[in-house]
Design a protein around this ligand. Sequence first.
Ligand SMILES: [Zn+2]
Length: 115
Amino acid sequence: MKPYKNKINRIRSFALSLIFIGFVIMYIGIFFRENQIVMTIFMFLGLIAILGSTGVYAWIGMLSTKAAQVVCPNCGKHTKVLGRVDMCMYCREPLTLDPTLEGQEFDQALNRKKS
Ligand SMILES: [Zn+2]
């Protein structure tokens, strides 16, 4: 099993972890209650992480509208393809919108290659 994931899912999990990190940073800030300045810094950093993830979520929303919706030939579910090659959100079947790439080994580098 290759480590690649569907791009939208990957960005989504990044946004989710950013929220989590934000809360952890804020939580650490609680330990510095005696020091108002340090606590404020931690709270601020945590807030930035959470706001950042909100931004990432908005970005995913924009990407999703641009992504091509296809029916996965493997599992039959509707999934979104971002870029030239991407993976099914559900079964990780490699999918491509470019017929010349059909049947090729899935390679993340194909996205960067210009035809
Ligand atoms: Zn699938």
